[in-house]
Design a binder for this molecule. Structure first.
Ligand code: UDP
Length: 271
């Protein structure tokens, strides 16, 4: 029975979801997340930040982790944070690690559907490829690598994560980003595609703010796994029939209106 179950479909509970954030973004970026998609993955999602926030800790029922990594947008601080996400994922024992930035709307049922297209017992990294091919100096050699853009999110299977350990924990990722002169998302790609020689599984269902989000076909919104948001770059919901349309001052990210389109029965959609 066990082997049959192991080959079966994974559920949300088999996924550890981490979101990288910073204290300065708790109000502007985490509030819209906590009000929307977090409610569909409350038990599985953890926020990795750099400062304490009792209020957020209460609303998320203790799912805020202060990494004490430092609060700047520098490689040592950001890679310490991602390395801490990695360590905490490994400790969770889950089958998949899906990680996102704090400007992402994530559709949890679609994320489950996405990972179920692959076998979690193999070495899999599902992401949105950033650039065709990159090269860097590492230990005196030119090394080529590819990477999945961190701003779009990615999902990594447990066997692959275990193989990434020599380069990827809280301390090790800081070293890797320093030695490769790379940001944390590039470093993940370097570890996977260069050190471990594993291809990134490319999907078109993850969307960062590098894309012009208003150009995304509204008919495909219900299929997407992640959607970014930034000032002046949000999904275009003018043509969709959301069960509740919030105006831009209460919903600048458009996450609430999007959420009521995708999940019309959610609490926030009731008038
Ligand atoms: N971030 C952080 N500390 C900072 C700045 C950014 O932890 O000082 C995180 C932020 O919360 C987000 C990710 O890094 O999850 C990317 O940040 P942002 O979207 O602002 O930058 P971009 O992707 O536009 O370079």
């Amino acid at each position: 029975v066990k082997s049959v179950m192991d080959n079966g479909k994974v559920t949300l509970d088999d996924i550890y979801i981490s979101v990288k954030t910073s204290r300065k973004f708790h109000e502007s970026r985490l509030d819209p997340i906590v009000k929307t998609w977090f409610k569909l993955a409350k038990k599985q999602t953890y926020f990795f930040t750099d400062g304490d926030d009792d209020k957020l800790n209460e609303t998320t029922e203790g799912h805020v982790i202060n990494t004490h990594c430092g609060h700047t947008k520098t490689r040592p601080h950001l890679s310490c944070k991602m390395g801490t996400e990695f360590d905490t994922y490994l400790a969770s024992g889950k089958k998949w690690w899906c990680r996102f930035d704090d400007d992402n709307y994530v559709n949890p049922p679609r994320m489950v559907h996405l990972v179920n297209g692959y076998n979690w017992t193999q070495d899999i990294c599902i992401g949105k490829l950033s650039v065709p091919l990159f090269a860097t100096y590492y230990h005196g050699h030119i090394e080529k690598y590819k990477f999945a853009h961190g701003g779009a999110g990615c999902c990594i299977s447990r066997p692959l994560a275990l193989k990434m350990k020599p380069w990827c924990g809280r301390e090790k990722l800081v070293v890797t980003t320093r030695e490769t002169h790379m940001n944390d998302d590039c470093a993940l790609g370097f570890i996977i595609t260069n050190r471990l020689k594993i291809y990134i599984t490319i999907t078109d269902l993850l969307h960062s703010t590098r894309e012009k989000l208003k150009n995304l076909n509204p008919d495909t919104l219900h299929e997407q796994v992640s959607l970014g948001q930034a000032l002046g770059n949000t999904v275009n919901l003018n043509k969709v029939k959301s069960s509740k349309i919030f105006n831009h001052d209460v919903d600048p990210t458009r996450f609430m209106t999007l959420h009521c389109f995708l999940f019309p029965t959610a609490d926030i959609c009731k008038t």
